[in-house]
Ligand binder design. Structure first.
Ligand code: M6R
Length: 614
């Protein structure tokens, strides 16, 4: 959650920090702030509640100077999202300034003890402990590195911190303990950058180093020294990042979300990419770590994730079961991490986290590392924290996703999971060769199908105009489309703030049916598949109760028109792949409704792109 930035070099820090914060804003937008050591050797802090644009209004960039500074966009955990609680925070003597991402679990204890020693706290945050702790340690020993290491060892929980100190104007300090989001150090030309994520760094350099847990970095404009928390120097590998700089701009689109929806035909092509050889219908995952024998012996698959990634798991459960014939279960990472589940070396945990930073998913993966089970993770950021835990990482290749609502990462996760199920199925001989050939040929058509679907958004605009004033929606689906009903409801509630629930259609008459009347639009996912007859029964039940039906169906199922108030047609593909194209109506209904409601689509209230706290 929270975006962190740091700069040291010969350029004007305030401008670089502010521009970079804009690129990290998707991580939190409750407040914005920067701290600078200015050209008159003063520690200057400017902060404001709300977004970076709001902050910019408060700031006269031309009046600020300094070649070193830190910045922060906040997703509030402790204390309201106001100006005082905004980062950066400082110590009693205004010498130290810090920005922080994570949760300090023992902050109350630390605060209490520091207050007893005379420290005055200004904010309600846990973060402010850090600047006061460093100050306290420096009162007893003037070695700043030692004080920072001591602080890193004292605070409990998962935390990432960047620090500047007035008496050390040529150094930025940072440390990471646990998995509270990434910290990337970018090497420029006589300048260095620190950031929570790549978009803020990529305009300046593509040479980066990832700080790992229990590491500290001491950064000057020419070099970076890495140490562990005992103060022993360590050598770290530098990476060159490849990222399409265009993917950072919205281009012709009004919102990142809309751009990212339109990126999907290309994204899915990239996901399939070199993994499929269409000449001999083979699927390949580079350096797949498990032998054919191990694959044959898998006795259980557990898919874990949160939010949209969990919905991808729910779809994939059906694929893994039917294609690989391995018993498969799904769990929400935040529940899974506390289960007393029985696992062994024949169990395969597949985690999905597009950011690779989701705290609950990381914790679940870490917890079951000792169970000897095998772990595969899917990520859109293959050097992320989840990949450091798993035995194998699969890059979903969606390209950078900035909009808080996941769209193309969902589609690419689904596509990757489908390929993985076919790959495992082939190795286990649980799938006939002709079936693989047929499915791959259907898969190859998806980019074109999706592109055609995106060319005609009129039906979504009409539906959105008619339905945006409603306050409640129900989404119903069965089988592979039940998770899509959940995903449709999630998309709608998160960006339009309309209450929406996704249900398996069969569950409707066990309770939710009581809600149905003409004021409750029911979005029914009813493609022409093996569940059609069952879904028609549900459609009739809604109709009989005067419900308002928006049906989403494949072309040529005209009889549904007699029952539905409105109908959206999607193209035909194989039953297995319907959820992939069904994600388009789920995204576009929500997008156009939120547009009508004039919501802040890319940065919905209370949310952030990566959830790095429990
Ligand atoms: O980065 P992750 O895939 O682990 O994120 C998990 C959820 O926070 C995420 O899918 C969230 O539900 C979506 N942004 C909703 O659109």
């Amino acid at each position: 959650m929270c975006g962190i930035i740091g700069y040291i070099g010969n350029n004007t820090a305030p401008k670089i920090l502010t521009e970079s914060l804009k690129k990290l804003e998707y991580r939190g937008y409750d407040s914005t702030g920067i701290a600078l050591l200015d050209n008159n050797s003063r520690l200057v802090i400017v902060k404001a509640s709300g977004t970076v644009n709001n902050f910019k209004k408060k700031l006269d960039l031309n009046k600020l100077t300094g070649k070193i500074g830190i910045g922060h966009t906040r997703w509030a955990t402790h204390g309201e999202p106001n100006n005082i609680n905004a980062h950066p925070h400082t110590d009693c003597n205004n010498k130290i300034s810090i920005v922080h991402n994570g949760i300090i679990e023992n902050h109350q204890e630390i605060r209490h003890s520091l207050e007893k020693s005379g420290h005055k706290f200004l904010s309600q945050t846990d973060s402010e402990c850090i600047s006061h702790l460093i100050e306290e340690y420096l009162n007893n020993n003037d070695d700043i590195e030692k004080a920072i290491r001591h602080t890193a060892n004292t605070i409990q929980g998962a935390n990432v911190v960047v620090i500047i100190h007035k008496e050390h104007p040529n150094k930025l300090f940072c440390f990471k303990v646990g998995s509270a989001g990434g910290l990337i150090i970018g090497n420029g030309n006589n300048e260095m950058f620190v950031s929570s994520d790549i978009p803020a760094i990529i305009p300046y350099t593509s040479t980066v180093t990832y700080l790992s847990t229990n590491e500290i970095a001491i950064i000057s404009s020419e070099k970076v020294e890495y140490k562990n928390l005992e103060g022993i120097s360590i050598t770290k590998k530098t990476n060159t990042i490849e990222i399409n700089r265009d993917s950072i701009s919205k281009g012709e689109f009004k919102h990142y979300m809309l751009k990212e929806i339109h990126d999907q035909p290309q994204a899915i092509t990239d996901t399939i990419g070199s993994r499929v050889s269409f000449t001999d219908n083979k699927i390949k995952f580079e350096k797949f770590p498990f032998t054919n024998q191990e694959i044959k012996e898998f006795s259980k698959i557990i898919l874990i994730g949160m939010g949209t990634s969990l919905h991808a798991c729910m779809v994939a459960k059906n694929w893994f079961e039917s294609i690989t014939r391995i018993p498969t279960e799904v769990d929400n990472s935040s529940e899974f991490r506390y289960r007393d589940i029985i696992l062994n070396e024949k169990s395969l945990i597949i985690s999905i986290s597009q950011s690779g930073e989701t705290a609950d998913t990381i914790a679940a993966m870490e917890k079951f590392k000792s169970s000897n089970s095998k772990q595969i993770t899917l990520s859109n950021s293959p050097k992320s924290q989840t990949s450091q835990i798993a035995d194998y990482t699969i890059d979903i290749r969606a390209g950078l996703e900035i909009g808080v609502a996941s769209t193309k990462t969902f589609m690419c996760s689904l596509t990757t999971l489908y390929l993985l199920s076919l790959f495992l199925g082939e190795k286990r001989n649980s799938l006939e060769k002709t079936k693989i050939t047929a499915q791959l040929s259907e898969l190859a058509k998806l980019p074109r199908i999706i592109s055609n679907m995106l060319d005609n958004q009129n039906q979504y605009k009409i539906i959105a105009k008619k339905y945006y004033p409603y306050s409640n929606f129900l989404y119903l689906g069965r089988g592979l489309n039940y998770p899509l009903a959940m995903e449709g409801a999630l998309k709608l509630k998160e960006i339009s703030y309309i209450h929406a629930e996704g249900y398996p259609a069969g569950e409707m008459k066990h309770g939710p049916i009581a809600l149905i009347d003409q004021n409750m639009p029911v979005v029914v996912l009813i493609p022409k598949d093996k569940m059609l007859d069952k879904m028609l029964i549900n459609l009739n039940e809604v109709k009989a109760r005067n419900g308002t039906i928006i049906a989403i169906t494949t072309e040529n199922t005209n009889y549904i028109e007699n029952l539905a108030n409105d109908i959206i047609f999607i193209p035909k593909t194989s039953d297995e792949l319907i959820p992939i194209i069904m994600s388009i109506p789920m995204q576009l209904i929500s997008y156009h409704i939120a547009l009508n409601k004039k919501c802040n689509i890319d940065m919905p209230r209370n949310l952030a792109k990566s959830v790095t706290v429990e």
